[in-house]
Ligand binder design. Structure first.
Ligand SMILES: *Cc1c(COP(=O)(O)O)cnc(C)c1O
Length: 435
C-alpha cells in the first residue's frame, strides 16, 4: 500500500494551487468567504498551522486572527488535541454503533452548558440549527420562526434570509434556490428592537414555533445586545409557548465555558453548538430541555440522524478541547488580550482621525469603520468597508491575517501570547495610519 505523504514543503505555491482549484471547485473553494471576494485578490493556501500562526504554501508565517473561524481556541495543532485524536485513531475511525466517546462528550456538554439536559451530536453547526428548528416545530406544532437580520445560522434554507457575512460578502443576501414558501415561514426582525419583536408576537404569537438568535451576533461583525434585550426574548417566548433557541455555534465555550447563556444568566430552551466542541474536527450538537429533546427520534416523532454523528475521532478531539478549557480556564487572559488589541487599534484610529468602532467581548472583536456604535444589521452594513479591505491587505502583506471580510469577527486563541498581540497591534496600527 502506498504510504500517505504528509504535507511538508512539497506543495506548489498558492497561485498555482488556486488556478487548479478554480478549474475543479466552484470559485476554487469549499466555503465562499475563503475566496477573498469581499476584500479582493486571490486567497493563500495554508499548508500547516501551529499556535497562533499559519504557514502558507508560499512559506510565509502569518499571525492568524481567524483561528479556523473560531474552533482553534487553544491555538492551531494543539498537542493535547493531536494526541487524543492519535490515540483514538488506534481504535478505528468510525464504528456505526454507539461508542464510549459519545457518552463522555455528552457528559461534558451537560456539565458545562447551563441549559442543556440532553444532547444530540451531529457534524456541523448547520445541522445543529436545522435540527433545532425542526425540533421546535415538531414540539410546538407551529410553523413560523423568527430570526434576526445579520444573524447567520448556517446554510439552512429557511434561515438563509438576511444571513450576514457569507451572503453579504457576495452582495446576495438571499440565496437562489430557496422556494419563496420556505422563506415565508421566516419572520426577519432587527436585532436589539424590542418593539418589533412585541409587534410580531402580537400579530403571529400563536404560530411562532421558535426564535433563533445568535445571542451575541458575530457573523455581521460583532454586535452586542442592549441591556435587557436577551431577557425580553426569554420573556416573550415563555409567555407565548415559543421555543427560544440560542445559536451558540460561535459563542459556545468561547465567551465563557457555558457560552453567552452563562454570562447573561438566561436559559434558552434549545442550544445549537459547533466549532469549539469539535476541537478542529467537523462536529455540531443540539442540546436543551429533556422535555423537548425527547421529541427526537427514536423516542419521538422528529427525525434526525447522521452516519458519522458521534464519530470517535471527532469526539476525541472535542473532549480534549473541552477538558483543556476546563483545566486552563483561559477566559480572563483572553479578555485581557482582547482589550489590549482593541485599545491599541482605537488609539491608532483616534490619532489618524478615523471613525472606528471595535465591539469586543473576550477573545472576539470586530472592526466597524463607523461613526456610531453598531447595534444592528443596518448599522453594520452602513460602515465603510473600503477601509477594512485596505487594512486587510496591508496586514496580510505584513504578516497578519484578518478575516477576509469586513463582516466577520476576529478571534484570539490561548496561543496569542503578549508578543504575538504586540506584533499584530503594531502592524494593524501602522495599517490604520495609512488609510
Ligand atoms: C459557523 C456558524 C454556523 C454554521 O456552522 P457550520 O459548522 O459552518 O455549518 C451556525 N451558526 C453560527 C452562529 C455560526 O457562527
Amino acid at each position: 500500500m502506498a504510504n500517505f505523504q504528509p504535507a511538508t514543503n512539497t506543495h506548489p505555491p498558492s497561485k498555482d494551487l488556486f488556478e487548479r482549484a478554480q478549474q475543479l471547485m466552484p470559485g476554487g473553494v469549499n466555503s465562499p468567504v475563503r475566496a477573498f471576494r469581499s476584500v479582493g485578490g486571490a486567497p493563500f493556501f495554508t499548508k500547516s498551522a501551529k499556535g497562533a500562526h499559519l504557514t502558507t504554501a508560499d512559506d510565509r508565517e502569518l499571525i492568524d486572527f481567524v483561528c479556523t473561524w473560531g474552533p482553534a481556541i487553544h491555538g492551531h495543532n494543539d498537542p493535547d488535541i493531536r494526541e487524543a485524536v492519535a490515540a483514538a485513531l488506534e481504535n478505528g475511525t468510525s464504528f456505526g454503533t454507539p461508542n464510549p466517546y459519545e457518552v463522555e462528550m455528552a457528559e461534558l456538554i451537560v456539565e458545562l452548558v447551563p441549559s442543556v439536559e440532553k444532547v444530540r451530536m451531529c457534524n456541523s453547526g448547520t445541522e445543529a440549527t436545522m435540527s433545532a428548528i425542526r425540533l421546535a416545530r415538531g414540539y410546538t406544532g407551529r410553523s413560523k420562526i423568527i430570526k434576526f437580520a445579520g444573524c447567520y445560522h448556517g446554510h439552512v434554507d429557511s434561515l438563509l434570509v438576511k444571513a450576514g457575512s457569507g451572503a453579504l460578502t457576495l452582495g446576495n443576501p438571499d440565496s437562489a434556490g430557496i422556494p419563496a414558501g420556505f422563506a415565508a415561514e421566516t419572520i426577519v426582525l432587527d436585532y436589539n428592537d424590542v418593539d418589533g419583536l412585541e409587534k410580531a408576537f402580537a400579530e403571529h404569537g400563536e404560530d411562532i414555533a421558535a426564535i433563533i438568535v445568535e445571542p451575541y451576533p458575530a457573523n455581521c461583525g460583532l454586535i452586542l445586545p442592549d441591556e435587557g434585550y436577551l431577557e425580553s426574548l426569554r420573556t416573550l417566548c415563555t409567555g407565548n409557548g415559543t421555543v427560544l433557541i440560542f445559536d451558540e455555534v460561535m459563542t459556545g465555550f468561547r465567551v465563557a465555558l457555558g457560552g453567552v447563556q452563562e454570562r447573561v444568566g438566561i436559559t434558552p430552551d434549545l442550544t445549537a453548538m459547533g466549532k469549539i466542541i469539535g476541537g478542529g474536527l467537523p462536529v455540531g450538537a443540539l442540546g436543551g430541555k429533556t422535555e423537548i429533546m425527547d421529541h427526537l427520534a427514536p423516542l419521538g416523532p422528529v427525525y434526525q440522524a447522521g452516519t458519522l454523528s458521534g464519530n470517535p475521532l471527532a469526539m476525541a478531539a472535542g473532549i480534549a478541547s473541552l477538558k483543556k478549557l476546563k483545566a486552563t480556564n483561559p477566559y480572563a487572559t483572553l479578555e485581557k488580550l482582547g482589550a489590549q488589541i482593541r485599545d491599541a487599534l482605537l488609539d491608532a484610529a483616534k490619532a489618524k482621525g478615523i471613525a472606528l468602532q471595535i465591539p469586543q467581548v473576550g477573545s472576539m472583536f470586530s472592526l466597524f469603520f463607523n461613526e456610531a456604535p453598531v447595534r444592528d444589521f443596518n448599522d453594520a452594513t452602513g460602515s465603510t468597508t473600503d477601509h477594512f479591505s485596505k487594512l486587510f491587505h496591508y496586514a496580510l502583506d505584513h504578516g497578519v491575517y484578518l478575516p477576509p471580510s469586513a463582516y466577520e469577527t476576529c478571534f484570539l486563541c490561548s496561543a496569542h501570547d503578549g508578543e504575538a498581540i504586540e506584533q499584530a497591534a503594531e502592524v494593524l496600527a501602522a495599517g490604520i495610519k495609512k488609510l
